[in-house]
Ligand binder design. Structure first.
Ligand SMILES: [Zn+2]
Length: 186
């Protein structure tokens, strides 16, 4: 089921997510719905607050962007529950980011290239992983969502000023965050 995506200006996007426990009702279905919602919107990551739920949960599928697996970069499809970034490493590098909650806006954001993370998988087994490149980038962006942070919050005051008009339009509902239904697989 495709869920409505919340746009910038919705207070849920500014809230910190709550930890999930194995007895959270309907979690498997929620994860399925989040993947479906993300694919429908052509996204590669989606966090629970973006569908109106203050949970520490996000889904990532980078196969669209990483088509050929190399040793350095393999595409992943994964739901991350109660994730933690244990450490950052590598240089900080710029990359143009977008966000399903902030349509039509892309801005360069500097982030560390590598991260070491801990999380729970949908069976609530604790997993650890080292990510770099695009997966690290998407993980950090989605992790920010469950902390109530949007990528536009990370911009310089000057950049924020330049974007204010555009962001206000989304906040007032003048720019839709409904994604085209023709992208639906069924
Ligand atoms: Zn986002």
């Amino acid at each position: 089921m495709i869920l409505p995506i919340r746009g910038i200006g919705d207070p849920v996007l500014k809230r910190k997510g709550q930890d999930l426990s194995p007895d959270t009702k309907g979690l498997a279905e929620l994860i399925d719905n989040m993947f479906e919602t993300m694919y429908n919107a052509n996204g590669i990551g989606l966090a629970a607050p973006q569908v109106g739920l203050s949970y520490r949960l996000f889904v990532v599928d980078t196969h669209v962007s990483i088509q050929e697996d190399t040793d350095d970069e393999k595409g992943i499809k994964q739901a991350f529950i109660n994730p933690v970034i244990c450490s950052f490493s590598g240089d900080k590098i710029p990359f143009e980011e977008g966000c399903l909650s902030i349509p039509h806006i892309r801005e360069e954001i500097w982030r560390h290239d590598e991260i070491h993370v801990r999380y729970q998988d949908p069976a609530f087994n604790v997993q650890e992983a080292q990510f770099k490149g695009l997966i690290s980038r998407v993980f950090q962006h989605e992790f920010d969502h469950i902390e109530g942070i949007l990528f536009t919050d990370l911009l310089s005051p000057i950049k924020k000023g330049m974007l204010k008009g555009k962001l206000d339009k989304i906040k007032r509902g003048k720019v839709s965050v409904d994604y085209p239904m023709w992208l639906m697989k069924k």
